[in-house]
Design a protein. Structure first.
Length: 140
């Protein structure tokens, strides 16, 4: 599951488990055995993976963020500033280990169908991305 800022994986997993229970299921993390199958008419096995990560959001008014935004705007390409991405990127892990904040500068078109069999990138987005990343390299 993908998380929003301020929501933990543990909390969301528990909400899902509670939802399944509310529909009459006995919830277990173990493989159901014969005794369990005889005891409960409806069983749902839910395994919560502890390797997940929470969502992060870097304030766009931080000095470093403002510097990056100004450099990107100097590239004179269309810019859309969004505080959150739709994808899952383990930035919380990077921020925790390095004790820093992160910024992501994607160049993909909004309708690129990421990770599907018809994923695409418009050539203009590629050229704009080259301009943006060149501008980023000028930051002192």
């Amino acid at each position: 599951m993908r998380l929003a800022k301020g929501v933990t994986g543990a909390d969301e997993a528990q909400r899902i488990i509670d939802h399944i229970r509310n529909h009459g299921y006995h919830v277990t993390s173990d493989e159901p055995d014969g005794a369990m199958r005889l005891k409960y008419p409806k069983i749902a096995r839910v395994v919560v993976d502890a390797d997940g990560y929470d969502a992060v959001r870097t304030p766009m008014d931080l000095p470093a963020a403002r510097t990056v935004i100004d450099a990107i705007k100097s590239a004179r390409t269309p810019v859309i500033l969004e505080p959150t991405m739709g994808g899952s990127v383990p930035l919380a892990i990077v921020e925790r280990i390095l004790s820093t904040r992160t910024l992501v500068i994607p160049i993909a078109n909004y309708d690129n169908n990421q990770h599907s069999d018809n994923e695409n990138l418009r050539l203009q987005n590629l050229w704009n991305g080259i301009e943006v990343h060149a501008a980023l390299m000028t930051i002192p």
